[in-house]
Design a protein around this ligand. Structure first.
Ligand code: F6R
Length: 241
């Protein structure tokens, strides 16, 4: 696990953007695995700036996002599709209609949707770099701490702690969807490269647990210790607590 401790959120975002940009530069038709949440927003802003300045081309890049609430309409401002359009896809020269993919929160058959998503990632050649955030409880995607973790992409319930954490984006905790479709541990671990962004004191304990090298399904992020190309980019608040 490679670790960069950055002074603050802005430096973390710039460092993470440079890692992702170098993958795109080396392989212009690469497959990106993307995350939502507040942590990667600054990185997405920097990537969009590079694109605007003509330094980075997304015309052949394909993306697969980690997760989506279920059920939810793509047009709902709380959907992860809406978030990605606003924070990245509408600000870069990506082929949004054909090359950006999120799990469909409106799918009638959630299991079929998840199975098709894993197949589509494989058909695209697999993920070249997977961007991850980390939940206060160590979740990655919506793979919540639990005795068994699930390999394939699947429908899952959100824990109380995640509903509480995500309620900051909603009028109240009651409005947070109780389910999501999420990439399972398998597609995440199959990514050729993983970059995890970690910001703020609230993530200190789970970050330190992951960096300790002990692996436990009670903190799903610790499984990243089994992958041989993981870069963690965190800020001093997350690192020092
Ligand atoms: C989002 C996702 C989640 C977030 C995590 C951290 O697609 O998969 O696992 O990465 O909940 O969220 P923030 O960055 O808002 O603290």
């Amino acid at each position: 696990m490679k670790l960069y401790v950055c002074k603050n959120y802005d430096e973390m975002s710039a460092k993470a953007a440079s890692v992702v940009a170098s993958v795109i530069t080396l392989k212009p038709d690469c497959v990106l695995g993307l995350a939502t949440g507040s942590t990667p927003v600054g990185m997405y802003t920097k990537l969009a700036e590079m694109n605007k300045e003509g330094k980075l081309d997304f015309s052949e890049v394909k993306t697969y996002n980690l997760d989506e609430y279920y059920p939810i309409k793509a047009s709902d401002p709380q959907s992860y599709r809406y978030f990605m359009d606003k924070n990245l896809f509408d600000n870069i020269n990506i082929d949004k209609a054909n090359n950006t993919h999120l799990l469909n929160g409106e799918a009638a058959d959630a299991d079929a949707e998840c199975a098709a998503y894993d197949k589509a990632i494989e058909a695209a050649g697999g993920i070249d770099i997977q961007v991850l955030g980390i939940g206060n409880n160590g979740h990655i995607g919506f793979n919540e701490p639990s005795d068994p973790l699930v390999g394939p992409t699947h429908k899952t319930g959100l824990t109380e702690s995640t509903i509480e954490a995500n309620s900051r984006f909603f009028a109240s905790a009651d409005e947070v969807p109780k389910h999501a479709l999420t990439m399972g541990m398998a597609p995440i671990m199959k990514a050729r490269k993983i970059i995890m962004l970690v910001s703020g004191k609230g993530k200190h304990a789970v970050l330190r647990e992951m960096l300790s090298g002990v692996i436990t399904t009670k903190n799903p992020a610790t499984l990243l210790n089994l992958h041989d190309d993981v870069t963690v980019v965190c800020d001093e608040e997350a690192y020092n607590g």
